[in-house]
Ligand binder design. Sequence first.
Ligand code: MN
Length: 200
Amino acid sequence: MKHLMPPLPYAPSALAPLLSEETIQYHYGKHLQTYVDNLNKLAEGTPYADMCLELIITTAPEGALRNNAAQVWNHTFYFDGLTPTPKAIPAGLQKQLCADFGTVEAFRTALQTAAAGLFGSGWTWLVLDADCHLRVLPLSNAGNPLRLGLQPLLTLDVWEHAYYIDYRNRRADYLEALWQLTDWERVASLSQRPPVGLYY
Ligand code: MN
């Protein structure tokens, strides 16, 4: 099974000015394309060639194949989680966030503090755990919560390639832009799914 580029669910310029067309063209068009190409090369002729992304991520040993599969999954999830027409956090999700973090503002602080403080490259996730509690989880490099049996709801890419064109070293400003572009309706709908299904 050849892995294909996932469609970008909006025009490359649609998130500007918070994320520029140039950033999306590099991030989606070049970085993600490279992960897809590397994954296909590494999987070819191996038992992983016919596996979906989730299965590779959860069964392959640590190494380049698993890393590239996770990077394809993570980027697909990241781009799908942003929207050019963001809306307020739905009431049901607000209630869930308040139950697990105290207030929505406390959740925002927890999420952004974890993402700002992640040393080096990686991803900061909002996940649903086995007890249906929301948790913020920073993971380095190509980390993916599916490996931990956690259900991803939202991810923030904090690799420098995600923000350096627009924000240079100002990761906190980029995180603020992501907050504004997040598709909270998608987060809310994912939080209603039965735990750990197939996404891609
Ligand atoms: Mn990235």
